[in-house]
Design a protein around this ligand. Structure first.
Ligand code: ZN
Length: 149
């Protein structure tokens, strides 16, 4: 789209990062700096889940509706990880936070921009997107992380 438009400057355009997982994160602006978590809500029992689902985990109904879950939540629990999984691209140690969304589901992601001694269960956090290089050389991946709100 528009890659060979004559009005474009001669320089190479940066490639916009793409969602690391479109089933969990929807990018909502042009430079992939904003987005919303996504999931499904059960129309039978109102249970909401984060990420892909084919039936409700609570009542097994298949009457599910795709919903946007936003990017705000509350720190439910966290772990300070000193031995990262193989290929971990970030700093060590890092904080892995389990965050509860207002709709109920929990979302596991790194917590950034917070000193370890400032971490508090129940603190408000917000999602922030970070671009990380793709392993296969494609466009950067937009990865969701949490930071104090
Ligand atoms: Zn249900």
């Amino acid at each position: 789209m528009g890659l060979y438009n004559a009005d474009m400057p001669d320089t190479e355009q940066p490639v916009t990062p793409v969602s690391v997982d479109p089933n969990r994160l929807k990018i909502t602006n042009n430079d992939a700096s904003g987005g919303t978590l996504v999931g499904f809500k059960c129309n039978e029992c109102d249970t909401t889940v984060f990420g892909p689902a084919v039936f409700c985990q609570s009542c097994t109904s298949t009457d599910l509706e795709a919903v946007e879950l936003g990017g705000k939540g509350m720190l439910f629990s966290y772990t300070i990880v000193r031995i990262p999984p193989a290929g971990w691209p970030g700093d060590v140690p890092y904080v892995l936070g389990q965050v509860e969304l207002p709709q109920g589901p929990q979302v596991l992601a790194e917590v950034i921009d917070c000193e370890h001694e400032d971490l508090k269960i129940g603190m408000a956090v917000e999602m922030v997107l970070k671009a990380v290089p793709a392993e296969n050389g494609g466009p950067d991946k937009a990865v969701y992380k949490w930071r104090p709100a």
